[in-house]
Design a protein around this ligand. Structure first.
Ligand code: DX5
Ligand code: ZN
Length: 220
């Protein structure tokens, strides 16, 4: 189980008020968020459309938080440079988004950004095992990607634990993130299983007091 000091909270902008995004980003930084999680959806890889690099670029000026860009788009390769230029600090993508995951991760690193691999609930840990040397982060989806506000899929806790063991055995500095249905209650199980970065949309932006919501998850 990672020490409490290593737990980082990454609120997902998907649950923010889209009519006031600049304000929302400033508010979440002031409330103690560690990263800002930005969900990019194309209506093809996932059945929903969110926003693109233009919005990431506009928000970059509003915040000093690390921008954690979660690509749910296929193909992803043609857009990696655009998200890097827009101000992403970390770019993560799904193995299913293209035929050459290793090359995509190399591209992200060559753009000077941190790289992550995202595993859908049905995607096994083996999908990331042979590219761990190119990963700064592994993200376990605890819902099927596409929408905020879904219920946490408990079967993913065993996957988090397996990845924690794999990362520790590798001796590499790789963050282990979980995304989907994270609340103050499910956060405890995620941390116990070995996660050290928690994404939360509804459980933060859906609450009236962002600082209290972040504290509640961190306190888990
Ligand atoms: C789902 C996204 C998540 C989503 C999480 O496809 O990747 O980041 O915003 O939302 P909650 O925390 O509401 O489940
Ligand atoms: Zn996400």
């Amino acid at each position: 189980m990672p020490p409490a000091s290593r737990i980082r909270i990454a609120p997902s902008l998907l649950a923010a008020d889209f009519a006031r995004l600049g304000e929302e980003v400033r508010a979440i930084e002031a409330a103690g968020a560690d990263w800002l999680h930005l969900d990019i959806m194309d209506g093809h890889f996932v059945p929903n459309i969110s926003f693109g690099p233009g919005l990431v670029k506009a928000l970059r000026k509003q915040s000093a938080l690390p921008f954690d860009v979660h690509l749910m788009i296929a193909p992803a390769d043609p857009y990696l440079a655009a998200f890097a230029e827009a101000g992403a600090d970390l770019i993560s993508l799904h193995p299913e988004a293209g035929p050459h995951l290793h090359r995509s991760l190399q591209t992200i690193r060559a753009l000077g950004k941190k790289a992550g691999v995202v595993l859908n609930p049905a995607t096994p840990v083996a999908a990331v095992e042979t590219v761990l040397d190119l990963c700064d982060l592994v993200l376990v989806m605890s819902v099927n990607p596409g929408f905020g506000g879904q219920s946490f899929i408990r079967s993913q806790l065993a996957k988090i634990a397996a990845l924690r063991a794999m990362i520790d055995a590798s001796g590499r500095e790789i963050a282990l993130q979980v995304d989907g249905g994270v609340t103050a209650e499910t956060a405890r199980d995620c941390i116990e299983a070995g996660a050290d970065v928690l994404v939360a949309g509804t459980a933060v932006f859906g609450k009236p007091d962002y600082a209290a919501a972040i504290r509640a998850i961190r306190g888990a």
